[in-house]
Design a protein around this ligand. Structure first.
Ligand SMILES: [Zn+2]
Length: 302
């Protein structure tokens, strides 16, 4: 860091990617992996980020845990991503802390109730965005059955966050990982903004091409971006930031952490790393503000 003689920190921090995994999430994963209970799952879970604590059954308590993290690290707003097709825990969090949390839904569009859940989330909770995960739910982003989700996103100015690319999910299918699936969708829905989580999670070249072609494609920075290790060439986080900024400008980069579980809590190390990279690239105060909160604020009309 010795090359940096000026050091900027953002005036505010909005985290665009934080999971809100309540008890129901652990219940589902336990069943899926053949455990008798969420308690048994947690005991056996080999998680890269260390130990995992089972969340309290009452979503109000889980909400308080995230509020304490936000206060501890001065995070102004946090996007909450609940369990797929689930809005009850989110409803509680937003009712208690409407200014701290930004409600998103995780939707599996292959399920018949997907559209209805999203509409309900918008009318009842004020949902601002939706996350889709093609490699886990086995669909291509351009399929007809996903279009109702984009139509709703267009009508309600939702940000659509995609997880393409490699995945922590053990059942992920690589046929659905390629972000170029989004190309005809970006053309057909030019008003909808699409964010690619974790810089496309390994499909970095495809992300750059998409950003170059379409003004409605955004790079979302969250997670440790471990995919960089599995490329056949060396790539640093600094290279990644520089290239997305070259492709579409600093107003197309959205900060996130991919925080998920306790006791790890909010991932301060991710924030520190990305801020260091931004300073190493000699971004200005205003450019750093754009990445760490203003882009999300503008896109979602916060
Ligand atoms: Zn995530």
């Amino acid at each position: 860091m010795s090359s940096v003689d000026r050091w900027y920190t953002p005036d505010k921090v909005y985290d665009s990617h934080c999971h809100f995994f309540g008890y129901s999430f652990f219940n589902r994963i336990a069943k899926q992996r053949g455990f008798n209970s969420p308690e048994e799952l947690v005991k056996n879970w080999q998680f890269r980020g260390g130990k995992i604590e089972l969340p309290p059954k009452d979503p109000r308590e889980l909400t308080e845990m995230w509020v304490r993290e936000a206060e501890k690290y001065n995070v102004d707003k946090i996007v909450l991503l609940p369990e797929f097709n689930e809005l009850n825990d989110l409803r509680v969090a937003i009712r208690e802390y409407p200014n701290r949390f930004i409600p998103f839904l995780s939707i599996d569009p292959t399920q018949p109730e997907a559209k209805e859940i999203l509409e309900k989330g918008i009318s009842e909770i004020g949902v601002k965005g939706v996350k889709l995960y093609p490699p886990l739910h086995y669909f291509h982003a351009y399929e007809e059955r996903v279009k109702p989700i984009y139509e709703i996103a267009q009508d309600h100015n939702l940000l659509v966050t995609f997880h393409f690319g490699v995945s922590v999910g053990s059942t992920a299918d690589m046929r659905f990982m390629n972000p170029t699936d989004l190309s005809p969708v970006a053309l057909e829905f030019p008003k909808v903004r699409f964010a690619l989580a974790h810089f496309g999670t390994g499909y970095f070249r495809e992300l750059l091409f998409l950003m170059y072609h379409y003004k409605n494609i955004y790079a979302e920075t969250s997670s440790s971006n471990v995919w960089m290790k599995y490329l056949p060439y060396e790539l640093s986080l600094k290279d990644v930031f520089r290239k997305v900024i070259d492709a579409a400008g600093v107003d197309h980069v959205i900060f996130g952490t991919d925080s998920s579980f306790f006791p790890r809590g909010w991932r301060r190390a991710i924030f520190d790393w990305q801020l260091a990279v931004a300073n190493e690239l000699r971004l200005t105060q205003e450019e750093i503000n754009l990445i760490f909160y203003k882009n999300l604020e503008r896109i979602l009309n916060l």
